[in-house]
Ligand binder design. Structure first.
Ligand code: AMP
Length: 190
């Protein structure tokens, strides 16, 4: 099963991905986590992406595509992956489709988490206060949301035509959202 968790910053993609890892033994591929690890390791890649992420802009497609490609064998061995925060542009979606097709695989389900903007801001502000992630500050959040609306939301028609998208109300409790996601996945597996 290859799943894309889709939605704006703060909609709960990471939280729900971790629940699926624990509950179903799926592998989470979060490009945001990979990039933060590169920054923490002070690698050349980390130094390149740090200012871009601090501004709230998207990093270049080729960087995140290469990160995902590196992890493909691990995902394949696990029987599929949860793509969290990737793809974020049409070019990334096309590259992902090509990578999977090259392995005889495909995206099985896209779950779109719906959360309204005031709730997103409240969540990201709360996370900023608790975890201090620099790009969660309210000013940068505005840029991240604009990047989502301009560059990532256009992916919806890309996937919409495939019939793979399911919308889940992301405003409920963590467990009710997880239950709705599980239903959308069980439908694929049935
Ligand atoms: P996230 O943890 O998914 O919210 O990502 C944090 C930041 O990492 C984003 O604001 C971007 O700067 C960068 N990033 C993560 N994933 C991608 C991606 N697929 N394409 C471009 N930039 C990304």
């Amino acid at each position: 099963m290859n799943l894309i968790l889709f939605g704006p910053p703060g909609c709960g993609k990471g939280t729900q991905a971790k629940k699926l890892v624990d509950g179903r033994g799926m592998v989470q591929l979060s490009t945001g986590d990979m990039l933060r690890a590169a920054i923490a390791a002070k690698s050349a890649l980390g130094q390149k992406v740090e200012p871009i992420m601090a501004r709230g802009d998207l990093v270049p497609d080729e960087i995140v595509i290469a990160l995902i490609e590196e992890r493909m064998p691990e995902a394949e061995a696990a029987g599929g992956a949860i793509f969290d925060g990737f793809p974020r542009t049409v070019a990334q979606a096309e590259a992902l489709d090509a990578m999977l097709a090259g392995r005889g695989k495909k995206i099985d389900r896209v779950v779109r988490l719906l959360v309204d903007e005031p709730e997103l801001l409240a969540r990201v502000t709360g996370r900023f206060e608790q975890q201090g992630r620099p790009d969660d500050n309210p000013e940068t959040f505005v840029t991240r949301l604009a990047a989502y609306n301009k560059q990532t939301a256009p992916l919806l028609p890309y996937y919409g035509s495939t019939g793979k998208v399911r919308e889940v109300n992301g405003m409920g409790t963590m467990d009710s959202v997880a239950a709705d996601i599980a239903a959308a996945l069980d439908e694929v597996e049935a």
